[in-house]
Design a protein around this ligand. Sequence first.
Ligand SMILES: Cc1cc2nc3c(=O)[nH]c(=O)nc-3n(C[C@H](O)[C@H](O)[C@H](O)COP(=O)(O)OP(=O)(O)OC[C@H]3O[C@@H](n4cnc5c(N)ncnc54)[C@H](O)[C@@H]3O)c2cc1C
Length: 326
Amino acid sequence: MKVSEILANSTKPYPSIEIVPPLRGITKDELLESIAPFMEFSPKYINVTSHRDEFEYREEADGSFSRHLLRNRINETTVCAAIMSRYDVAVVPHLICGGCTKEEIESRLDNLEFLGINNIVALRGDSMSGEKRFTPTPGGYRYANELVEGIRQYQGSAAYQRKRKMESEDGTSGTDDRYFCIGVGAYPEKHFEAANIETDILNLKKKVDAGADYIITQMFFDNQIYYDFVEKCRAAGINVPIIPGLKPLSTARQIDVLPEAFSLDIPLELTQEIEKFKNDKDAVYNIGTEWCSMQCKDLLKHGVPAVHFYTMGKSKNIVNILKNCF
Ligand SMILES: Cc1cc2nc3c(=O)[nH]c(=O)nc-3n(C[C@H](O)[C@H](O)[C@H](O)COP(=O)(O)OP(=O)(O)OC[C@H]3O[C@@H](n4cnc5c(N)ncnc54)[C@H](O)[C@@H]3O)c2cc1C
């Protein structure tokens, strides 16, 4: 089912989860077992993030350079196919502009369509490690709104077009530029490259105007920031659902790492509490879980349509939050 249909038909808010594809070496069963704890809560869909392979160039004795794969993950489409082989849950692969030409994106869409996957989160992707700013791939997309437009223009693989043609000969249907339901990302505390939040929201609107069906936010730790952001988006004419994204803090180090990595604030009350217990791992873990549960309950009270959880390879704390809130 498409996320847009799930959003339209849900009678109460629901949780969704996001996983990161594993690095090479993990088996399919291990991956599926790692998701099992969430399935008890019947998430409506599981998002799978997308990552560029990372390469290193080594100088050879003759002065030439050879390219070596440093790190790669099982790709998001493969992970989605694995999830579908065991669980009855919708999957939402992320698709990034970075590292792909438009033709390669089209080929990925063919693969998704082949598997019957009709949900996507369309993103620009981050810059490569070592690069300060995102550089578009020659022949690729520069911004996520262009990617959304490209996905909307996608008319399906050859087989899909044949089927559509047959249907239209029957008089039932023509080509379908809404085959994919598209989600996009947003930043309640502003994307780090944007000059100001207003410009960032205008750029977010470009994604919606290009055909995005809904929005998922970056994590935040103060709900008021999300409520203010939604209000600004509505005032700017963005009318699609804006799903809040949450991640519980799980280590004391994250109060330094997350603000830098995701360009966000962590409230003083939370940092002070964590500082107090910074040498007690369990206490920090519990504080992070409780804070996130408190955020989730408050969001539900405010009538959000869904809450999206960034699991980042952790299940215990998210499972506890789901138990507390859903
Ligand atoms: C829910 C969510 C999921 C994510 N999943 C992944 C993932 O799976 N893999 C991954 O690598 N990263 C992921 N990210 C991170 C994301 O790729 C980065 O934050 C990236 O830097 C921006 O992506 P975007 O799609 O928001 O970019 P864009 O919407 O293209 O915005 C990027 C910047 O450019 C500006 N901008 C946008 N459009 C225009 C325009 N037309 N003209 C001028 N300026 C413009 C924006 O204001 C912003 O500052 C995710 C982020 C979120 C919120």
